[in-house]
Design a protein around this ligand. Structure first.
Ligand code: NAP
Length: 330
């Protein structure tokens, strides 16, 4: 839903930007604290609402689900749970944020202006790209960062997954349901992925590995991928690897562009908070989930920090209950 008058006509206690596990857990806690939160569930560069979990398949490590749960289902359930206690949703991107003002002022893509006393930033991270020739031109025509979304189109084809982390292993394993062969290309001689994910990939007959290599160029024919030029990271030599698909699983970049000129970030661009709290430098602004975390990046850790952000916002509001002085709408 877009922002109607009942949302734009008042100053909210708490607005949450982001609808992954961090944002939705913050919403659940804020709603149960009777703060009537608004969640702006943007798409961030055309990505999904609901964050990265909506792009995964089985989630086996979220506590409480002994048989695992599908990522999109987990998100839908979290969303419904927060809604049950009064959370309202706006499905739009925020395009401008004045977070140092009082109240804080957010503008959405449709031009709606949303005012809030406190703000929780849970904007997550987006897939990193390789930045090599051919990648941009063939994006969506054989190059993808989402096996769950696009794997179906590679039935009986040879596809390549680049990366050596859990995502790469998960994507490779998932792609073997469709592809005739999956080659994992990794820039080092050992994987970063957890042991259980490594073992699953090593046991899968359809998965092969190319070590110490990275993709130097993506080549296409007739608008689709036909060949990858690989560069050996040790010798520097290049070789051809004919393939019809390339799936990137090389990590993420935090979604901070709205705030990076106001809020402090670390060297990799993740928002810095005053740990163990979720407070940022700006009073009344809190941050949680993957946008603050380059270490753990798990659904359950994101949910945990979402809970902390809601509690921090609730306490901050209790200490700052007077109406905002320059609040035009009361
Ligand atoms: P990650 O752990 O940061 O792994 C990224 C991989 O990409 C690394 O192997 C890295 O190589 C490689 N890489 C980075 N930049 C590259 C480049 N420009 N060219 C070639 N290779 C490049 O990211 P992730 O796999 O997305 O995982 C993120 C977090 O989510 C982790 O904590 C992970 O455990 C978690 N996760 C869990 C599950 C699960 O349990 N089901 C599934 C997915 C993700 P190096 O190893 O050389 O750095």
């Amino acid at each position: 839903m877009s922002a109607d008058q009942s949302i734009t006509d008042k100053v909210h206690d708490v607005v949450i930007i982001g609808s992954g596990p961090a944002g939705l857990t913050a919403a659940l806690y804020a709603a149960r604290g009777t703060l009537e939160p608004i969640v702006i569930e943007g798409t961030v560069d055309g990505g999904p609402t609901g964050g990265q979990l909506t792009l995964t398949t089985d989630v086996e490590n979220f506590p409480g689900f002994p048989d695992g749960i599908m990522g999109p289902k987990l998100i839908m359930d979290m969303r419904a749970q927060a809604e049950r206690f009064g959370t309202r949703y706006i499905t739009e991107d925020v395009v401008e944020a004045h977070i140092a003002s009082n109240p804080k002022r957010l503008t959405t893509a449709s031009g709606a202006e949303i005012l809030t006393r406190s703000l929780i930033i849970a904007t997550g991270a987006k897939p990193r790209r390789l930045d090599v020739p051919g990648e941009e031109e063939l994006w969506g025509s054989g190059v993808s960062a989402c096996a769950t979304c696009d794997g179906f189109f590679f039935k009986d084809k040879h596809v390549v997954v680049i990366g050596g982390g859990d995502s790469a292993m998960e994507e490779a394993d998932f792609l073997t349901k469709f592809a005739s062969k999956v080659t994992v290309v990794h820039r080092r001689g050992e994987l970063r992925a957890s042991k259980i994910m490594q073992e699953r990939a090593f046991k899968n007959d359809k998965i092969e590995f190319v070590w110490n290599a990275t993709v130097a160029e993506v080549q296409g024919e007739g608008g689709s991928v036909s060949n990858l030029v690989l560069r050996d990271t040790v010798s520097g030599h290049t070789t051809d690897l004919p393939a019809e698909g390339l799936f990137l699983a090389i990590g993420h970049i935090p979604n901070t562009w709205l705030f990076s000129n106001v809020l402090r970030t670390d060297d990799e661009g993740y928002l810095l908070v005053d740990e163990p709290s979720t407070r940022t430098d700006v009073p009344g602004v809190f941050a949680c989930g993957d946008v603050t975390d380059h270490t753990y990046r798990q659904a359950v850790t994101a949910a945990g920090t979402g809970c902390k952000a809601a509690l921090d916002a609730e306490r901050w509001l209790a200490e700052h209950t007077a109406a905002a002085p320059d609040d035009p709408r009361g």
